[in-house]
Design a protein. Sequence first.
Lengths: 333, 279
Amino acid sequence: MGSLELRNIRKSFGAQEVLKGIDLQVKDGEFVIFVGPSGCGKSTLLRSIAGLEDVTSGTVLINGDDVTVAPPAKRGIAMVFQTYALYPHLSVRDNMSLGLKQAGTPAAEIDVRVAKATDMLSLEPYLKRRPAELSGGQRQRVAIGRALVREPELFLFDEPLSNLDAALRVQTRVEIARLHRQLAATMIYVTHDQVEAMTLADRIVVLNGGVIEQIGSPMELYNRPANLFVAGFIGSPQMNFIEAARIGEAGATIGIRPEHLSVSPTEGRFRGKVIHAEHLGADTNLYLETENAGLLTVRLFGEHRYTADDIVYATPDPAKIHRFDANGKTVVA
Amino acid sequence: MSKARHSTLRTSLVHVALIAYTLVALFPVFLTIVNSFKSKQAIFGQPLRLPGPSTFSLIGYETVLKQGDFITYFENSTIVTVVSIFLVLLFGAMAAFALSEYRFRGNTLMGLYLAIGIMIPIRLGTVALLQGMVASGLVNTLTALVLVYTAQGLPLAVFILSEFMRTVSDDLKNAGRIDGLSEYAIFFRLVLPLVRPSMATVAVFTMIPIWNDLWFPLILAPSEATKTVTLGAQLFIGQFVTNWNAVLAALSLAIFPVLILYVIFSRQLIRGITSGAVK
């Protein structure tokens, strides 16, 4: 149980319209991620779903019930915040059980649910501690635990990993993925980190300037971006964009992902000079100043011996070329 | 940095300044307490000398405890001060929460309006206050004093507390909303515990002027049953003769209740004052 439907959601702060008509359907058990650059409205959208922000117009349905004007606690949701937002003066156990106590859940039921969440997140040793006595990763696990005990229809995550260091981020990411499989719960997750989006999501919603640019599975977005924005936003390093006329191709802009260019020291389509090489072990990234295609990024797998000032030739994989028209829309070949 | 070389000199300078200030500030208190234990001749003869075997006298305290109803005066002062602090903190915190948490038309204007009270002394309105109290039949009641002191303390309380409440994270309040806490529960159970140090600061700043006030008790509640300690001490100050022993004894006694209240709040107070500075 736990479907979500948004119908033409609009939200304005004063004269500024932040969400410009969002329509979205999330099926039960789906893991949907909102990504976009900062200021694109993804957090506002999540807060509107949570009921922390009133929408200016439009309808929010959770499980088919219209909850547009319902208070957050009555929507059957739980939320995990970027700043953890644990109650600093309460123990871990009280942090997790406060919502249930407030709802008048019997003490025995609260104990069962807290025990279950504690077990899932290995929080047993910390139950009596205060949040100040925990590390960042532990705090975020408690925040997730607080969401779990509510047994919500819908989990909402607002950039939950942004305050963690790199190693913990990966670890917590895996934990969230495991929870999603275990609970088969519907989850909505906001992030600006495309790696999180690609690794966790069933479907990704790419937002830009308050509108949805594209909705699709990670591989759909990677392989068939709907427009220039999505093509540039998904994938790292970023896709190379070349003016089509410069290299004698049809359309307005040509997009080639760095990993879809091959490099040869002797012959190829774009002749260029290496201006910088990044050796990452598993990958090698080359930045080329080419004669007819401008600046190109090339991602090679494995170790390569290219260094700055080498002259090389780059050739795109013809099957993996993206074409965009003058409006930035993808041209389907 | 040449921190190590200069630190001794710098700390000692700081200490000299602080000690000097402490001496200046404590001197009147010291003088009051010392002289309250001396006979009348000794007070005028050697005002700075400590009480010795020949000059020691408890006559002041005896007079105070025998004459006038000082227990009642203390009770009055304590009731007025404690009730006023409670009301100032309650209403001040509530107003501060509303101003810092909710977006509504006229929010800034309302905040300014409340802050103006800090700049305009409430005593300018004494005549109007007295007329109001007469009209409502509150003259010579402690309620009159509590009402006036609450009004007097609110502007500063709202001003200080709303600044502190702005620092409480929005996510925390939102987490409470999702957990089903009402706005009142968020205020009492999440926000108030977090701004407790600043509440103590406000309590101390509110308490001292109320305890020491002579003006409003004299005007609004001068009856025997409603006299406060400061007003009671005036009993011994006459136009031609002043019973200095009794005045000094009464004032010395009046110091202790504030001191006790201060000790209760002080730990929190220091955290409240420094929390802004350290961050």
